[in-house]
Design a protein around this ligand. Structure first.
Ligand SMILES: Nc1nc2c(c(=O)[nH]1)N[C@H]1C(S)=C(S)[C@@H](COP(=O)(O)OP(=O)(O)OC[C@H]3O[C@@H](n4cnc5c(N)ncnc54)[C@H](O)[C@@H]3O)O[C@H]1N2
Ligand code: MOO
Length: 391
């Protein structure tokens, strides 16, 4: 059995970055930029009013008066310049007129005809947004997985199309005679296929495209039929049939199809029977069937493989927290325990659930973190600092 780190390195070595394509901004959410975007604008392009009020020719104090000589609105600037004792009516987003030193909000003004009197102090620069305070022409936004906030910035930069990495297509292949799809009626010896629904959502959240293939039955013929449906995919993720049982045929059929195996079995709990390699010219990750094992291995290996294909840093983020309860010594495999991270007495605190069977989806839904217990680690007491991965 190889280590988790070795397994991850071998998984990452199987994949390569996808090609690039150009998409309109409206289609760029959750896509990964292939190169930096360069701003075509300075924002704001002019010094602008941050409030509705009056632009004043000079800073001033309470009781001082100005003559209003015009108006500036957003999209309708004031053409001329103003003198020290002059003001213009100005609205939020309007360009600051030449000669203006300060903006007084309208709540701080008394107006009588074209005369205004200040009721407070207007200091230089008050309520003025300097030109380019947000970004300037030529400024770059570095490549990233695009989120809604990024799209607003790219729009403001006047970047209407983005060069992105093609979404990796992931074939999700569940196998087992006991499985039926949600909505179907399960025979007395059957259960509902579940983990591929989490895996598909994880693929999509990571910026890939999930193809859920029909469930393969526990026969070589059925597995071959479903393997044939993986053509054109960037990654094959099988679920189940990875272990040592008589009906665990995924490895055998993949081998018959020419699997170049990178590894099988790792020193990790859950996920011992994990397998990876290349079959039919496509990288393949063979996940264990137990729902929690499949999903935990999805976080630790499948998502990093997708990130690598998209050109993002692949390694899962490892953070630290204090242990919320004592833990006994760990066994001979790294244990990724389903756990709950919370803030206690101002400190991030992580508490593992008492039940860790890799078939318990109810526990997994309560978990928001995986507490990492390294193999061979001794007993740990509440309060000690430990590593975890948020999920
Ligand atoms: N003698 C041994 N037995 C087992 C070992 C071992 O080392 N020696 N390893 C155990 C470990 S650890 C795991 S994990 C499982 C994994 O086995 P497989 O990958 O072959 O998975 P299956 O046997 O097909 O299924 C296991 C379990 O999960 C259920 N399952 C499968 N697919 C799905 C799905 N898509 N959705 C929901 N549930 C699924 C399946 O019904 C089984 O209950 O092997 C241990 N055995
Ligand atoms: O390691 Mo298996 O993946 O526990 O259930």
């Amino acid at each position: 059995m190889i280590s988790v780190a070795d397994a991850l390195a071998r998984c990452l070595a199987l994949v390569q970055q996808t090609t690039t394509e150009t998409v309109p901004l409206r289609r760029a959410n959750n896509r990964v930029m292939a190169s930096a975007a360069v701003s075509q604008m300075t924002q704001p392009p002019f010094a602008a009013s941050a409030m509705d009020g009056y632009a004043l020719g000079r800073s001033a104090g309470p009781g001082e008066t100005f003559t209003v000589i015009g108006e500036a609105g957003a999209g309708h600037g004031f053409a001329g310049a103003i003198q020290a004792d002059q003001a213009i009516r100005i609205f939020t987003g309007a360009p600051l007129p030449e000669g203006a030193a300060s903006i007084a909000i309208q709540e701080d003004i008394r107006r009588d005809g074209d005369q205004i009197t200040l009721t407070t102090t207007a200091k230089p620069g008050d309520n003025i947004r300097p030109r380019g305070q947000d970004f300037t022409f030529g400024q770059a936004l570095s490549p990233r997985l695009l989120r809604p906030n990024d799209l607003a910035l790219l729009a403001a930069m006047n970047v209407p199309e983005i060069s992105v990495r093609r979404r990796p297509i992931v074939a999700l292949m569940a196998s087992g005679d006991e499985l039926v799809m949600p909505g179907e009626t399960a025979a007395p010896d059957q259960i509902i296929a579940s983990n591929t629904f989490a895996l598909a959502a994880m693929v999509e959240a990571a910026g890939g495209e999930a193809r859920m293939l029909p469930i393969a039955r526990d026969s070589e013929a059925s597995l071959r039929t479903v393997f044939a449906l993986t053509e054109g995919c960037d990654l094959i993720v099988t679920v189940g049939g990875a272990s040592v049982g008589d009906h665990d045929l995924v490895g055998k059929v993949a081998a018959d199809l020419g699997l170049e195996r990178a590894f099988w079995q790792i020193a990790m709990r859950p996920g011992k029977p994990l397998m990876a390699g290349k079959v039919l010219g496509i990288p393949m990750l063979g996940l264990p069937g137990n729902p929690v094992s499949a999903i935990v291995c999805g976080h630790l290996f499948m998502v990093p493989m997708l990130k690598a294909m998209l050109g993002l840093a692949p390694e899962p983020q490892v953070l630290t927290a204090r242990l919320g309860s004592d833990q006994p010594a760990n066994g001979p495999r790294d244990h990724y325990m389903r756990a709950r991270l919370s803030i206690e007495a101002g400190q991030p605190t992580i508490t593992a659930f008492a039940r860790q069977d890799s078939a318990l989806l109810t526990i997994l839904t309560e978990a928001n973190a995986l507490l990492i217990r390294p193999l061979g680690d001794g007993p740990r007491s509440a309060g000690e600092v430990v590593n975890y991965i948020p999920i």
